[in-house]
Write a new protein. Structure first.
Length: 169
């Protein structure tokens, strides 16, 4: 049991940059004017250039901190921390952006739930770009997806309660 909990801690630590990247965009929504939508027609008004950039920057900052902590349980080497941070951030934001494209095509309005893709889009995008740098087993992927799904719902409800998000999803 102790080994399983340790592996869960390793996986959460590993995925922290993607989680921060996904949480960063709502904090820049108040910066009007130069916070333009990436493509309102294709993605809706909620996907902005500043939000995408904030996500990437948030991931880079988390990886930088992780590189300085040098935890022995880390699943990746942090020597090229900037590249790893960009991979996590760009992957998370790209996953979210691609999902938004398909969500709009399906006629789902922004803020409405689209389960399970709303909860896993950023995780899948980040994992896709980070995969070459991490040796994860299929069991690890199942754990990451399960924890991310539940954690995303919990964090979004908390963000809604704090007034950072307009919708619980």
């Amino acid at each position: 049991m102790r080994a399983v909990l340790f592996r869960i801690a390793q996986l959460l630590y590993f995925m922290a940059p993607a989680y921060v990247a996904n949480m960063a965009p709502p904090f820049v929504r108040y910066w009007k004017g130069w916070n333009r939508p990436i493509s309102e027609r294709w993605l809706g008004s909620h996907k902005t250039v500043m939000g995408f950039g904030a996500g990437v920057l948030g991931a880079v900052l988390v990886v930088f901190v992780q590189s300085r902590l040098a935890w022995e349980g880390s699943l990746v080497a942090y020597g090229a921390w900037a590249e790893l941070g960009v991979r996590f951030g760009a992957g998370a934001m790209a996953g979210d952006t691609v999902k938004s494209f398909f969500k709009r095509r399906a006629g789902v309005t922004p803020g409405k739930p689209w389960i399970p893709l709303d909860q896993l889009d950023f995780v899948l995008g980040a994992l896709l770009l980070v995969w070459p740098r991490a040796a994860l087993a299929w069991e690890d992927l199942a754990i990451v997806l399960g924890l991310s799904f539940g954690g995303h719902i919990l964090v979004n409800h908390l963000g809604y309660w704090l007034g950072v998000r307009d919708a619980r999803w």
